[in-house]
Design a protein around this ligand. Structure first.
Ligand code: G3H
Length: 248
């Protein structure tokens, strides 16, 4: 039985004070959640959020990190900087990083390896563009992302990964993939994981859906056979809305 996991990705929103206020409002609303709850916030919010959420059931994640341990990488953040704060999760390979910041399948693979080495739990994002979907290449595109992401990664580490399936055309557009579409692709991803690691790991690995998830869509999505949670952008910014999603 896979435990659901709902993660909010606050992207580039809020000042530190605003972020803390949302976290404070969210805490009592999700305290009895059956799902794992994570908030992935901008780097400068992380110390204050870890402090605010200490002793609650809400975990804190980063939205990216560098794959190197340290060095001359101006503007970057090393994994040990995150773990030293008490950050537990890190999003790797979000489509916005792939699209705007030259994230490649190779850097995604390097970042995953670094995350495991530091005990950070990665949320690995994969997904197709609208052109891919219309061309009927969705599964092939995602299989390539999955195979390259997990290159030389052990089954034990693979199991720690949360995979987020995010069709790029559904992110921030209000166009949600239908629950059936999302479930079908997530089932295909599970099959890809099985090809790499066998049935036991494929059955156990948690795979989220992301892309315009809202309080009104989550129940049906979570009722699907293979959807184990959600990576939520816009609707995670408001405590009431995110709580409704978490408490689906
Ligand atoms: O990381 C979250 C996803 O990009 C989804 O964002 P969204 O819920 O605003 O569509």
């Amino acid at each position: 039985m896979r435990k659901p996991i709902i993660a909010g990705n606050w992207k580039m929103h809020y000042t530190v004070d605003e972020a803390v206020a949302v976290a404070k409002a969210l805490t009592p609303l999700v305290k009895d959640a059956e799902a794992d709850v994570v908030i992935c916030a901008p780097y400068i919010h992380l110390p204050a959020l870890v402090k605010e959420l200490e002793g609650t059931n809400i975990k804190v994640g980063a939205q990216n990190m560098h794959f190197e341990e340290k060095g001359a990488y101006t503007g970057e953040i090393a994994p040990s900087m995150l773990t030293a704060l008490g950050v537990e999760y890190v999003i790797i390979g979000h489509s916005e990083r792939r699209q705007y910041f030259n994230e490649t399948d190779e850097t995604v693979n390097l970042k995953l390896k670094t995350a495991y080495r530091h005990g950070l739990l990665p949320i690995l994002c994969v997904g197709e563009s609208l052109e891919d979907r219309e061309a009927g290449t969705t599964d092939a595109v995602i299989e390539n992302q999955i195979n390259k992401a997990f290159l030389e990664i052990s089954p034990e580490d693979a199991l720690k990964t949360v995979i987020a399936y995010e069709p790029i055309w559904a992110i921030g557009t209000g166009k949600t993939a239908t629950s059936e579409q999302a479930n079908e692709t997530i089932r295909a991803i599970r099959h890809m994981v099985m090809n790499l690691y066998g049935a036991a790991i494929a059955d156990a690995v948690r795979i989220q859906y992301g892309g315009s998830v809202k309080p009104s869509t989550i129940k049906e999505q979570m009722g699907m056979s293979d959807i184990d949670g959600a990576l939520v952008g816009g609707a995670s910014l408001v405590a009431d809305d995110f709580a409704k999603i978490v408490n689906f």
